[in-house]
Design a protein around this ligand. Sequence first.
Ligand code: GAP
Length: 441
Amino acid sequence: MSQNDLMDKLVSLAKRRGYIFQSSEIYGGTGSVWDYGPLGVELKRNVKDLWWTTMVHQRDDVEGLDASILMHPRVWEASGHVDSFTDPLIECSNCHRRFRADLPEVEGGQCPVCGTRDAFGEPRQFNLMFKTFMGPVEEEASVVYLRPETAQGSYVNFLNVQQSARKKVPFGIAQIGKAFRNEITPGNFIFRTREFEQMELQFFVEPGTEDEWFEHWKAARMEWHVSLGIRPEKMRFVEHGPDELAHYAKKAVDIEYEFPFGWKEFEGVHSRTDYDLSRHQEFSGKRLEYIDPASNQRFIPYVVETAVGVDRTVLVALIDGYREEQVEGVQRVVLGLNPKLAPIKVAVFPLVKKDGLPEIATKLHQELRRKAIPSFYDVAGSIGRRYRRQDEAGTPWCVTVDGQSAEDGSVTIRDRDTLEQVRVSLEGVSPWILERLSAPE
Ligand code: GAP
């Protein structure tokens, strides 16, 4: 299977199984934004919940925040986004299509759409922020932006969080939320879109300690991806060279995944100095210093940031889990998602639609749901077809209620990956599943 084939197959599976649909598909779609279907929304929630658990609930030194998408426009002047959140844009004078000037095809001098050579005009800087108006008057004074990152909401709330939660530096602010970027060339499915979600941590530290915190977070973030079951050999760190660093950064490392379209970033860890808080202090005229209670020293904390896309993590999980294999001469497609990520944890099937088996299966299905285990009941089609559907959906376990179940109250649980089947009592099914869901990696 070629790498292009893999993306095509994944996009088609995502639609077929209800993971991801093209936005506004009945109107022809937009190509730059996507909708998450019944299984996609569950996968996305699982990614976000696991991040939140690791970054907020399991730490004493991180607090959560949910800042608004629309902010005071001065925020984006202070952050540097109004001046420098740009990509170089180039236009073909023949077909008038616009491209990022730094795309390899474009750098070669040939238009990727009409094929004309040397027809590009001069590149210009294109700001990626979406603009809109706050209030009922559409004038320059009421322009606001859709946030292109969640980070700024954490900076402007630094003192609110620090004081209300009585935090001492070092501590962090975590956020999950939508961000918007008017990307010149969105593409590769949900990899680069114009509306997406981020999971970002801003960790405030005493100046001089940022290097050790940078190393801490770099390791912690890689560990988290490994805990989701992503193959370690498909991930790597790539450190930014001095001329690639953003204007605010002292150090930056990307966590890259080997996508079918090449090694690409899906998370960044950045050592941002005191740039962010100093700029907001300067532009707002409000002091954003921290006073160390032990030494009474005042300082503006340095920031170490971890920033990962929800959608890109979903894409990594889907690609990493996708496989095709032959089982006893029959081809099957498996979405080998880690059980913690899987939208449906267990599917329950009565072997046949008679002999009281549907009643036993329905009762088990309802019991699983009562215990908050996402369960799916399926009675349609041969047992083999039902297994295949769940393999494609990424469901780790299928429970079959058969003739023996009616006699001795036992069922089989089939493992998606090993295909092994074990017999467990009806009462034993939910503890069996819960034990495996809570097992550490
Ligand atoms: N606050 C720092 C920041 O936003 P970034 O590297 O620009 O850093 C962080 O973005 C992450 O957000 C990326 O690693 C990626 O996973 C995700 N992301 C950025 N732009 C995206 C886009 N257009 N579509 C989908 N995800 C995107």
